[in-house]
Design a protein around this ligand. Sequence first.
Ligand code: ZN
Length: 127
Amino acid sequence: MPWKCSRCGMDNDDRDLRCGGGCGGVHAETCCRLTTDHGSITIHLPTRIGRHALRRLTAEPLSTVSQQQFGIALEPESGGWVLRHLATAARVTRRNGEIVPVAGVLLQNGDQITVDRITVTVALGNH
Ligand SMILES: [Zn+2]
């Protein structure tokens, strides 16, 4: 769904989180959903994801996933949703097979985030 900027009224593509009109407007309703065959988590605010949140999304034991494993936040100044590995986590976080740095990576629709044996698929948009 295209969205209309609340600041300048410009119509924007749903993949763009920042208004293309340069007015500084952002897509306020945009959210980030993490999905598996078992369920999903929908994120609107900066969130730290760990063992407890992921337990809903898998039947696998999650004993190797840390209490706080990675962070996800909408950062319009960075261009969208940013995934950050948390330095305190015991195991790496991977995005599409690549190790996610603490500095973070910009998430794209369809990305796959993997921690140990659990993989979740990222869906960005209005949910
Ligand atoms: Zn605008």
